[in-house]
Design a protein around this ligand. Structure first.
Ligand code: LAC
Length: 223
């Protein structure tokens, strides 16, 4: 149970609303083990966000993803043409929502003001949400690009407080990414961890208020 009044819900995008695993389908074009390739690509993408924030050398999530792709191609000893690289990158503009998300969001929208708070660049977020027809459910689409820092910097979560104009205790932050859950809880949000796979939580900080497997379970827990 989440205690206290919640007025708004801010969702992480990649891995939470949309399935990062869907990018693996395009990876089949260049990599024999597309799942391993995609996993490495995603891990490097996140690692580069942490490194760039620490170094104070921000580049947007599209560029970071391109650099992570470059590393991954080399790490796997693969060849990829410019056209194949472009197709791989464009998979981030055609994300696939988790199945229950499309029906759960309209229900949540009836009771709460909804936002996306993501590392994604404004173009990636807008295109992805338009193509999945999810854009209409969100009152705010907030990209870290506005402050040129990545999650889990507290300044990213503060950005949502500024845009949504609720107190941080009135915002429920929802993410499937463990580092994001810990970061948001450490900042002071109420937090729900969407743990679809039964993964362990990174033991770095405070625990989430709520742990569920799907958006449907989240919706039920808030009733
Ligand atoms: C995001 C990353 C964490 O959407 O997936 O912010």
């Amino acid at each position: 149970m989440v205690r206290g009044k919640i007025r708004g819900i801010a969702f992480d995008m990649y891995g939470t609303i949309v399935d990062v695993g869907s990018v693996a389908e395009v990876c089949k074009e260049v990599a024999p083990d597309a799942v391993a390739f995609n996993r490495q690509w995603r891990a490097k993408q996140l690692e580069y966000t942490f490194l760039r924030s620490l170094m104070g050398k921000y580049q947007d999530f599209w560029r970071v993803s391109e650099q992570a792709l470059e590393f991954t191609i080399q790490r796997f000893g693969l060849q990829a043409s410019a056209v194949q690289r472009r197709r791989l990158m464009e998979a981030w503009l055609h994300p696939r929502p988790y199945p229950e998300v499309t029906t759960a969001l309209p229900r949540l929208k009836e009771r709460y003001a909804l936002a996306v708070l993501s590392n994604g660049s404004p173009r990636m977020l807008r295109t992805g949400l338009e193509r999945t027809r999810l854009l209409e459910h969100f009152r705010w689409v907030i990209s870290v690009d506005a402050i040129r820092l990545y999650k889990p910097s507290p300044r990213v979560y503060q950005l949502a407080v500024i845009k949504m104009k609720f107190r941080k205790e009135e915002i429920l932050f929802v993410s499937s990414n463990s580092f994001d859950v810990v970061g948001a809880k450490s900042f002071g949000f109420k937090v729900c961890w969407i743990n679809r796979t039964g993964a362990p939580l990174d033991p770095l900080g405070p625990k989430p208020d709520l742990v569920v497997r799907t958006f449907d379970e989240l919706s039920m827990a808030l009733e």
